[in-house]
Design a protein around this ligand. Structure first.
Ligand code: DON
Length: 312
């Protein structure tokens, strides 16, 4: 049996010393100020044992990792009707790309690219007020983690609101195709604030537990989603969670994962562990450079892979 605690500590030491750390996102100003020397990792096993190392308790901007949880909420709200408005195919394009929307009638390829997550925010908004939806989202994250200290970072939200011209373009374009029901500014306000939630590796690993445990929160036994839905969310994370780097992540790590430009990656080893790694520097595809390396080493050393049922 692998000593998971020792592996986690070893990886944190290796990552602290790694020379090639990528580049922090600078299109959202407060993210550009984050120290690229940071590295954190948290691994929560199926029995609840948590192994954490490095900066695992430091909150960072979850950014696109929120899309896993907003998708979960939207499926809870409208079920499979969601798939009439969002696809389930990898895009092979950058996370903020607009090109496919033109030829695909304003239907985003999947719920994890920005366009898809903006439609998901529109679904969550329904006829509610933005602050009600954001309250629901925070309550969901707090209940998954059992941690009421989780909050939104208003400074990050305001910065993105001031410079989010690409997201505004995506939203307006989809609105023109009739794929947004609410006013564009309200939908973007919801989307941007969901991305601006700050959480630590430990908190994100706690939040992801239902995805390793057939839809149940293993700490409470409470059902979050059905086993089939957990399987499908994991499938989407595997195929679309790293945008045009999803194939590479599946090849190197072999686990469902979702990245964010804050440098976090949530990964799931079904039946085994919920994992979050954080290193702010990104690779050329906008995914955490050292977060990917750390998860690759974790998967190799534990034997965890969805392609190897006898691993570990
Ligand atoms: O909409 C954006 O551009 C950001 N709020 C989120 C993008 C993101 O995290 C992409 N991830 N790698």
């Amino acid at each position: 049996m692998a000593d998971i605690g020792a592996i986690v500590r070893e990886i944190a030491e290796e990552m602290a010393a790694a020379p090639d750390r990528g580049r922090v996102a600078d299109y959202i100003a407060p993210l550009a100020a984050i120290d690229p020397g940071k590295f954190g990792i948290a691994v929560i096993e199926a029995d609840g044992t948590c192994h954490a190392a490095g900066d695992a308790d430091e909150p960072f901007s979850i950014q696109s990792i929120c899309k896993v949880f907003t998708l979960t909420m939207a499926l809870g709200k409208v079920g499979d009707a969601l798939w009439q408005r969002v696809g389930r195919e990898p895009s092979g394009s950058a996370f903020n790309s607009i090109v496919q929307l033109e030829t695909e009638a304003g239907i985003p390829r999947n719920p994890f690219i920005n366009a898809g997550a903006i439609v998901v925010s529109d679904v969550l908004l329904g006829g509610l007020e933005p602050r009600e939806v954001l309250g629901e989202f925070l309550r969901f994250m707090r209940s998954l983690t059992g941690d009421d200290t989780i909050v939104m970072d208003e400074i990050v939200a305001r910065a993105e609101q001031a410079t989010g011209f690409r997201n505004a373009a995506l939203a307006n374009y989809m609105k023109a195709f009739g794929n947004l029901t609410n006013p564009v500014d309200r939908v973007l306000g919801v989307y941007i604030h969901q991305c601006a939630v700050a959480m630590s590796c430990r908190q994100l690993a706690l939040a992801g537990r239902f995805l390793m445990a057939r839809g149940r929160n293993p700490a409470t036994g409470g059902g979050v989603v059905s086993p089939g839905r957990a399987r499908r969310i994991n499938a989407l994370m595997m195929t679309c969670g790293h945008y045009d780097g999803s194939g590479e992540f599946a090849f190197r790590v072999g686990l469902p994962g979702k990245s964010g430009v804050g440098g976090g990656i949530l990964a799931v080893a079904p039946g085994r562990a919920s994992i979050c790694a954080w290193a702010p520097g990104l690779n050329e595809r906008g995914n955490s450079q050292l977060g990917s390396v750390a998860l690759e080493r974790l998967a190799q050393r534990t034997g965890w892979s969805v392609f190897d049922p006898v691993g570990g």
